[in-house]
Design a protein around this ligand. Structure first.
Ligand SMILES: Nc1ncnc2c1ncn2[C@@H]1O[C@H](COP(=O)(O)OP(=O)(O)OP(=O)(O)O)[C@@H](O)[C@H]1O
Ligand SMILES: [Mg+2]
Length: 486
């Protein structure tokens, strides 16, 4: 029994909250981490007295009234409950404890609400104290790809490729900031005015970015790429129309015959998903090393080493950049190297790895077309300070990259593979490429969905033919390419 329950005057008296002032003792434990979150909200003005006899209040589901009532009950709860002791409990018991006290407060305050509304309120308040507050219902949904919080009052989600505004709100920016803090403290990081940018991960693996004031002007901005438990497979991409069945066959051959692949695409176009799909074709006996900023890939093979970069600490020291990881990989006897996102000088190291016997290495780049992906790689190498003539860099790209797969998020929200392109050589200064398949948009149907089809370009003998033959896949490749023409 942690609440000072019993007499109403007991409940109404502000209680000293030693736990509220303490930093989270064990950040990974949600209940313990709840302490700082409640400090800000709890300390906002005097707690409403439960003693006064309020007029009955009606609750409309998540209307302004609802939020007002919730704030009032929450304030009373925080004044009543001993957070330090609550933190000792497992989540279920803590939830029970909170329920009891909230029910009591509702009775004393004479709030009228239906059973369903009361349940809603209880769940919301438990989430506030024990979890990620208003984010909890969104985190529980598997159909959401992204959660984007722009300050306390605007929460957007992406569902089925479409971004929509939700009616989820935080009490204020302080609550939002505390939840951000709670999230990043779980991975040993901190976000505040002095270090307002932070990358982190939720316990379920979701990728999180926080940018706080003064850099973000309208309150803390939180972006979550939800972790998908059921990672998409090539069959799923076919089912969603992201690639045709014949196109998928070609991709499977490309993956199995250890082509060096660059997946290119815009933000959220499905690059990481595609990279993950392609890793399914890696042999079980290969030693694979993955390098990522926030580990998202889920390889099924037994012999995988996963590496993750590290941002600098508060003193600006200790950073391990992607480049350091990729370079270190080369001393780890890798058979394939997979770089989650190439966005710096590591481009050079990845190309070198591809060029020096680590066939089947892969990476993604942000670019809007296969051509742009090539110029981006060149630009990244140039910006990395290598004093190499452009021709040398291009020759290096030609010698390393076999295939570029372009992913795109179309305007109807669907994701498509729009090009499978081979890098086949160079003429003078120009890199020569050829498309094996492209996506042709035919128009829109009456619901606004884009209609289109993947079409082959008639190439019967791609540049990687000999490689496919070496792996005994030439026949499969010929049939798959043949299928593209039909
Ligand atoms: N072909 C697809 N069909 C439907 N949904 C997809 C498809 N590919 C990816 N998604 C979903 O889209 C979201 C974004 O995918 P992903 O993380 O692979 O994109 P990304 O290009 O790597 O994004 P970022 O640029 O932010 O790293 C995920 O939720 C993923 O499950
Ligand atoms: Mg990605």
């Amino acid at each position: 029994m942690f609440g000072r329950r019993g007499a109403a005057e007991e409940l109404s008296r502000p209680v000293a909250k030693p736990a509220a002032a303490a930093p989270p003792a064990t950040p990974a434990k949600p209940a313990a981490a709840a302490a700082p979150a409640t400090t800000a909200s709890g300390s906002k003005g005097p707690a409403p007295s439960l003693h006064s006899t309020p007029a009955p209040m009606a609750v409309e589901n998540r209307s302004d009234d609802y939020y007002q009532i919730k704030t009032m009950i929450f304030g009373a709860l925080i004044d009543t409950i001993d957070l330090a002791q609550l933190a000792q409990l497992d989540v279920d018991s803590a939830r029970e404890e909170i329920r009891d006290i909230v029910n009591e407060i509702i009775t004393i305050k004479n709030v009228t609400m239906s059973i369903a509304e009361q349940e809603q309120l209880l769940t919301d308040i438990c989430n506030d104290v024990l979890g990620y507050g208003p984010l909890e219902p969104l985190l529980a949904r598997d159909d959401i790809a992204d959660i984007m919080v722009n300050g306390a009052n605007r929460v957007f989600i992406e569902v089925a490729g479409k971004v929509q505004l939700t009616n989820i709100r935080f009490r204020d920016n302080a609550q939002l900031m505390n939840i951000c803090q709670r999230i990043v403290s779980q991975v040993g990081r901190r976000v505040d005015e002095s270090s307002p940018i932070c990358d982190a991960r939720l316990l379920d693996g979701s990728r999180v970015n926080v940018i706080a004031p003064p850099l973000s002007l309208d309150g803390p901005t939180l972006t979550i790429r939800k972790f998908r438990k059921d990672k998409l497979k090539l069959e799923d991409l076919v089912r969603y129309g992201s690639i045709s069945p014949e196109g998928a066959r070609v991709l499977a051959v490309i993956g199995r015959c250890r082509c060096n692949i660059i997946v290119s695409g815009g933000t959220g176009s499905g690059k990481t998903t595609l990279l993950n799909v392609l890793t399914a074709y890696i042999d079980v006996d290969e030693r694979v090393i993955t390098c990522e900023d926030a580990a998202e890939l889920q390889l099924q093979q037994p012999h995988v080493v996963r590496l993750e970069t590290r941002p600098p600490n508060l003193e600006g020291q200790g950073q391990i950049a992607m480049r350091d990881l990729v370079r270190n990989c080369l001393r780890m006897r890798p058979e394939r190297i997979i770089v989650g996102e190439v966005r710096g000088p590591e481009a050079f190291d990845l190309l070198q790895a591809m060029n020096t016997g680590h066939d089947g290495s892969m990476g993604t780049v942000h670019a809007n077309s296969p051509r742009e992906a090539l110029s981006r790689l060149e630009a990244l190498i140039t910006m990395g300070g290598y004093n190499l003539p452009s021709k040398t860099i291009r020759d290096m790209i030609v010698g390393s990259v076999d295939i570029i797969i372009q992913a795109e998020r179309l305007r109807d929200g669907s994701r498509r593979i729009t090009n499978v392109t081979e890098v086949i050589g160079s003429e003078g200064d120009v890199i020569i490429t050829q498309d094996l398949l492209t996506y042709q948009i035919d128009g829109e149907d009456e619901t606004g969905r884009i209609r289109g089809k993947h079409i082959g370009t008639g190439i019967a003998r791609p540049h990687f033919w000999d490689r496919a033959r070496y792996f005994g896949l030439d026949r499969e490749l010929a049939e798959a390419l043949d299928g593209l023409q039909n």
